[in-house]
Design a protein around this ligand. Structure first.
Ligand SMILES: [Zn+2]
Length: 170
């Protein structure tokens, strides 16, 4: 499943609904007002003092759903404690409570999103079941995928399905 803007909006609302059950909006320093896309070059997301949460449009077309989830939680934690706290201990405690954990488990997803920022090529993967899916949006071609040949025992999988071949499209 690849992320589209509609998915980002749904996640935003679902997470907000969940968080305000334990932390009602009246306790938030800055109540969330809106969700907007950004094409920032490095940040996954941002929040401002008007209560706008910005999510990087580089998420769109990737499968980085966990990273998106954590990013939205992180921005909500900023709004809840107030932006003046930056990433201090008060913020960190709230981020933990909101389950905004950018752990090692998100490394692969982070790579996908970074590659998606200002990408040049689309990398498609042809799967054993006949599906062809958009695997990544990337800046440059990578020998790993150009030379890829699915072996009998050595091959890559996407969501458990064997990848037969890759191709780039600009
Ligand atoms: Zn932050």
């Amino acid at each position: 499943m690849l992320i589209d803007w509609n998915y980002i909006q749904q996640e935003y609302q679902l997470i907000l609904d969940e968080l305000i059950l334990s932390d009602p909006l009246k306790n938030w320093q800055v109540p969330p007002q809106a969700l907007q896309a950004t094409n920032h070059k490095t940040k996954y997301g941002m929040a401002d003092r008007d209560g706008v949460v910005y999510i990087n449009q580089a998420f769109i077309g990737t499968a980085s759903t966990e990273l998106l989830n954590v990013t939205i939680r992180h921005e909500f934690a900023h709004l809840c404690v107030g932006l003046q706290h930056g990433h201090d201990v008060i913020f960190k405690a709230k981020a933990r409570e909101f389950k905004a954990d950018f752990g090692k488990h998100l490394k692969l997803e982070s790579e996908q999103v970074h590659e998606s920022i200002g990408y040049k090529y689309l990398l498609f993967a042809k799967l054993e079941n006949g599906d062809e899916i958009l695997f990544r949006k990337v800046h440059r071609k990578n020998a790993k995928y150009l030379r890829y040949k699915a072996g009998r025992f050595r091959y890559l999988t996407i969501k458990g399905v064997k990848v037969m071949s890759f191709r780039y499209e600009s």
